[in-house]
Design a protein. Structure first.
Lengths: 239, 834
């Protein structure tokens, strides 16, 4: 593995996603190229329907592109089958979703432990408790999702995302379902933990203010990469 | 590692009630099958045991020629119990009186089943024995003692032999059910036949061999015997014998079988619906687990373990509850019937466990496979993997499984095909009808904003889904209505056959001069009785001038099958009547014209079909060596199963006065009337009395037993039906949840939503109930005719009962479920949907 690919934790080359509809093929994403360095935080922004969530799903290996290549920490996602991609996610990826996606029948602590348990790691309880303490929920460990507020549920989801110390964290509109106070709290938590753990963060949002907290911002419009800016607003790359 | 996670998830799902319906459905299928099959098995064994009493054996071999001794030798070699019988008529002589008796010679071992009832003297109480007269002794019926002027212990001559009349014969288990030949009955030891010298070459003699023992041994034995049987030798069990009991037994078995099948069908539907719903609710957790790196194998293991645990749990629960239920039910039945029910053996266990496991596997298989296929991308695209329509594979798999289970349970392909095919066609028709009804409903205009218009709008909007729901509601209601009506019909039918005030004794051989005396005797002693019917003996010996080949008189031992073709040329009991007797129906031609002066005759359908008699034919009869012609003016269906005297030939009144006749009447004697009966028989020694009291009581008690069993079965099936309705309403409410939340969020008052749901379910339930009533009544007609072979009739009351019960039940469940949802705040509901 080259030094360059070690630095570039995500590499996207000529990525396309086409879906079949009744009216013919529809391009969701076309010819996307960019790289993300290890430890970097990148926001993917765009209007609704621009293709940003699709891009996230392809980067995380939740779906596969129609053409092009995606490398995740050196692994060629486009060459892996679903099982191999799942294994890769278990080792290297954490997720935070807009709708929290907690398993309703598990407690806060068990939800946090879930990725570790799925990966066969039996010693995750200690780490999960610590993470819940970090997100301020040490008093809620045995509560079920339905007994928690939206903000609390998302904090559990963040704790879950960091268990197993993933290399890359994907967050899809993490504060969109929350009020602004809770939203900001969640965003702060996410960035703080990200920094503490040295994780690479890929954040999908339509919130400009949130995007600006990232090192770089990728603008997607109409399925195409429009431009890449740095966090301060300077355009670093125009397609 | 996945094991611990799977266990945690399982317990939580169980505690959250997610598994309740699926659990209840499997448990119910198991307990239905277990309790039904053990109760019916135990009752069937008991009824069969009792029924076996009626032929005094488990099987018998019947012939009018001597039977080969090897038959007995082989049966005994196999370990079966055996006995022999020989029937013949012979004159009995004592005190200068000569009477023709029906002799039944029985070998040691008789009766193999049932008991012989005897009295030591006229005034003494009867008692039961399982024995035969000692050599040199005979047991005579009470009437015989009077006719011959004998006292118990006196000597009587039979043929050339001299015997001691040692006991009064009250009844034998295998006495003919009803025979106008009289009750001049004599029980003789088989070894004494020779001593009478009454059986000579050419004598009319009938032979029986009786067998009892293990069912498998009997089957083996029949396997050996069958190839050797000649045309005039017949192998019979209780079911082959034409009697009300045999017929009722077959009908109740059909009912219990049907009920069991319906129970399985309903539990299977509940299972299929709840399994699909359970799996759908796992879509999000599975997508999440896959996203978090859970492998397909891990997820498969987790949910297969869930399925195994649910199955193991619910099958065990089903067995435990089923065992308790059947124990309670059979204890109750046993104490009610004052009998002991035999243990059911391993069959119910095997059936119940197999059906439970197969049910669980087959109905969950497709939803589970769908669940394993849920893409991780669902975490971003929430509706990915949702399938609006029921998968065809799931449908096909469920349908095949239901069919296989029904076949497995019943072991009868024809009944299964009949029920299954019927239901399948009905479902298709229902789907079409309901689609039409819902689209027609669109034209209904109601003011917007009312609960009714919201209810109707919802019904229309979800026409397709509602059509599916309507079918399952209708199916459940149909099956319940169907069994309910069938149960009522069957039981009332039986009770009609054996009413509580049925005559329990027949008096025959009454001379014309005795009629008024006996009538007065009845009035004095307040004994209810029927009118006195004239009887004369004769045979039909030619049809349209062409003579029948055979001529013989009927005698006990010869088959009692009146419908058989052997009726031709045989000595028959003939009568005349003005009115068509109860239980008879004219199937061709017309009943006698009161003004007709010509001789006319009405013939039973069975006899007419056997010999080829048609309306308009002329039959020639021979009575007392006098020949006369009568025109056939009608054919009648006759209920041979009833406990009433029936006639193959009935003349019109102009036949009266042509021949000497005797009369018969039927009377109802009460408990303590023994003395009255004795007085009557002493005063009129030539009159014979046939006491069918014990027969009636046996029949009535059996009917009560079977009725109770049927009610019990109905209760189980109704529970299954209720479960289907609950699971359906629950599934449909889950789909409605989103709408309810939106309406709630938009400020709709809880009352509006609750009422709209109430009305919607009321309409849906009433519609389903109506269709169910319609369909039940038609299928009932067909099933009663095809399966139960009784004349079906329409049941107007279920046309009201169906819609009313459907509406009430469905609406009540729907309302309570929505009401409990409404108690949560809107935020809570929104969170549940997220």
């Amino acid at each position: 593995m080259s030094v360059l690919s070690q630095l570039n934790v995500i590499q996207v080359k000529g990525l396309n996603k086409t879906v079949s509809t009744f009216e013919g093929d529809l391009d969701i994403l076309s010819d996307i190229n960019f790289t993300v360095k290890s430890g970097e935080s990148v926001a993917i922004v765009g209007t609704s329907g621009s293709g940003k969530s699709t891009l996230l799903s392809l980067l995380a290996g939740l779906d596969t592109g129609s053409a092009g290549e995606v490398f995740l920490d050196g692994a060629a996602l486009h060459k892996l089958d679903e099982e191999e991609r799942a294994r890769l996610r278990a080792e290297k990826v954490g997720f935070v979703f807009q709708s929290f996606m907690l398993v309703q029948s598990l407690t806060a602590l068990e939800n946090v432990m879930l990725p570790a348990e799925l990966a066969g790691d039996s010693g995750a309880k200690q780490q999960a408790s610590e993470l819940l303490e970090k997100v301020g929920l040490s008093h809620r460990v045995s509560h079920y999702p339905s007994q928690l507020s939206g903000g609390e549920q998302q904090r559990v989801a963040i704790a879950r995302a960091f268990i197993g110390s993933p290399k890359i964290l994907f967050a899809d509109e993490p504060s969109a379902n929350l009020d602004s106070k809770n939203g900001h709290l969640i965003e702060k938590l996410l960035f703080d933990l990200n920094k503490q753990n040295g994780t690479t963060l890929i954040l999908v949002t339509h919130d400009e203010a949130l995007a600006r907290q990232c090192d770089r911002i990728i603008h997607i419009e109409g399925g195409q990469l429009e431009k890449i800016r740095d966090g301060e607003g300077a355009t670093v790359h125009v397609v | 590692m996945w094991f611990k996670l799977a266990l945690t998830l399982f317990w939580r799902e169980l505690r959250r009630g997610e598994l309740t319906i699926i659990f209840a459905a499997i448990a119910l299928a198991v307990l239905t099958v277990f309790s039904l099959s053990s109760v019916t098995e135990r009752i069937r064994m008991n009824i069969e045991q009792k029924s076996a009493d009626f032929i005094a054996a488990d099987r018998r071999l019947v012939s009018n020629h001597a039977l080969n001794d090897d038959y007995i030798i082989e049966a005994e070699r196999l370990g079966l119990n055996t006995a022999r019988q020989m029937f013949f008529d012979s004159m009995l002589f004592a005190n200068d009186e000569l009477v023709l008796g029906s002799i039944k010679a029985v070998s040691n071992g008789y009766p193999l089943r049932g008991v012989v009832k005897l009295k030591d003297d006229f005034a003494q109480a009867e008692y039961e024995v399982r024995d035969v007269p000692k050599s040199g002794e005979v047991w005579l019926s009470e009437g015989m003692f009077y006719s011959l002027g004998l006292a118990v212990g006196d000597q009587v001559e039979i043929g050339v032999g001299m015997f001691r009349a040692s006991k009064i014969l009250v009844s034998e288990p295998d006495a003919p059910f009803f025979s106008l030949a009289g009750n001049k009955r004599v029980l003789l030891n088989y070894t004494d036949i020779e001593a009478t010298q009454a059986v000579q070459p050419g004598s009319r003699v009938f032979y029986r061999m009786l067998f009892s023992g293990d069912e498998a041994l009997l089957t083996d034995y029949y396997g050996w015997l069958k190839p050797q049987l000649r045309e005039n030798q017949r192998w019979q069990g209780i079911k082959d014998r034409q009697s009300p009991l045999g017929e009722n037994l077959a009908r109740s078995e059909s009912f219990l079988l049907l009920a069991g099948l319906f129970g399985i069908m309903l539990a299977a539907v509940a299972m299929a619906v709840s399994a699909k719903r359970y799996c759908e609710r796992q879509y999000d957790p599975v997508a999440m687990m896959k996203t978090l790196g859970g492998s397909r194998a891990t997820i498969r293991n987790i949910f297969l373990l869930h399925l195994s645990m649910v199955t193991a749990f619910s099958v065990s629960m089903g067995i435990v509850i089923g065992y308790g239920l059947q124990a309670v039910a059979t204890d109750y039945l046993a104490s009610f019937m004052d009998t002991q029910l035999p243990a059911a053996g391993f069959k119910p266990w095997f059936l119940a466990i197999t059906i439970g496991v197969v049910c669980a596997l087959m109905f969950s298989l497709k939803p589970l496979l769908d669940l394993f296929d849920i893409p991780p991308l669902r975490v971003l695209r929430r509706n990915l993997g949702d399938k609006l329509a029921v998968s065809r594979v799931h449908m096909a798999l469920s349908v095949t499984t239901i069919f296989a289970l029904m076949w497995f349970f019943s072991g009868e392909l024809k009944t299964t095909l009949f029920l299954f095919g019927g239901t399948a066609i009905l479902m298709l028709v229902l789907f079409g009808v309901s689609r039409l009804l819902f689209s027609a409903g669109r034209k209904l205009g109601l003011s917007p904003g009312s609960s009714w218009s919201l209810a109707i709008a919802t019904l229309q909007k979800r026409a397709n889904a509602n059509a599916v729901q309507l079918i399952s509601f209708a199916l459940a209601i149909k099956l319940m209505l169907f069994l309910f009506v069938l149960k009522n019909d069957l039981i009332s039918d039986w009770q009609m056959q054996v009413p509580a005030d049925a005559p329990n004794a027949f008096l025959i051989n009454i001379n014309e001069s005795e009629v008024s005396d006996i009538q007065d005797f009845f009035t004095q002693n307040q004994i209810t009785h029927t009118e006195f019917f004239p009887i004369f003996r004769g045979r039909a010996n030619a049809l349209n001038g062409e003579k029948f080949a055979r001529s013989a008189s009927k005698q006990e031992g010869e088959e009692q099958d009146e419908e058989a073709t052997r009726g031709a040329g045989r000595e028959l009991n003939l009568t005349w009547m003005t009115q068509l007797p109860d239980g008879n129906e004219v199937v061709d031609g017309t009943w006698f014209d009161a003004d007709s002066t010509e001789l006319e005759v009405s013939v039973s359908r069975g006899m007419a079909q056997g010999i080829g008699i048609e309306v308009g034919d002329t039959l020639t009869f021979l009575v007392n060596e006098r020949s006369f012609d009568a025109k056939v003016t009608s054919l009648r269906s006759v209920d041979w199963g009833s406990l009433k005297p029936n006639f193959v030939m009935i003349f019109n009144p102009p036949v009266a006065g042509k021949f000497p006749v005797t009369y018969f009447s039927a009377a109802q004697f009460g408990e303590g009337d023994e003395k009255t009966v004795s007085t009557l028989l002493r005063q009129h020694p030539t009159v014979s009395m046939i006491d069918i009291k014990s027969r009636l009581e046996q029949a009535q008690s059996m009917i009560a037993q079977v009725s109770l069993a049927i009610s019990f079965v109905l209760a189980i099936v109704l529970t299954s039906g209720a479960l289907v309705l609950i699971s359906q309403v629950q599934a449909s409410l889950a789909e409605r949840m989103q709408e309810i939340v939106i309406l709630r969020t938009l400020g709709a008052r809880g009352r509006l939503i609750k009422l709209a749901t109430l009305y919607e379910f009321l309409l849906l339930g009433a519609l389903a109930g109506f269709v169910a009533a319609l369909v039940s009544d038609v299928t009932l007609l067909i099933i009663q005719r095809e399966l139960f072979e009784v004349d079906g009739k329409l049941h107007p009351y279920i046309w009201a009962l169906g819609p009313a019960s459907g509406a009430l039940f469905v609406a009540a469940i729907g309302y309570f479920m929505v009401a409990s949802t409404m108690r949560q705040n809107t935020q809570g509901l929104l969170r549940k949907l997220a």
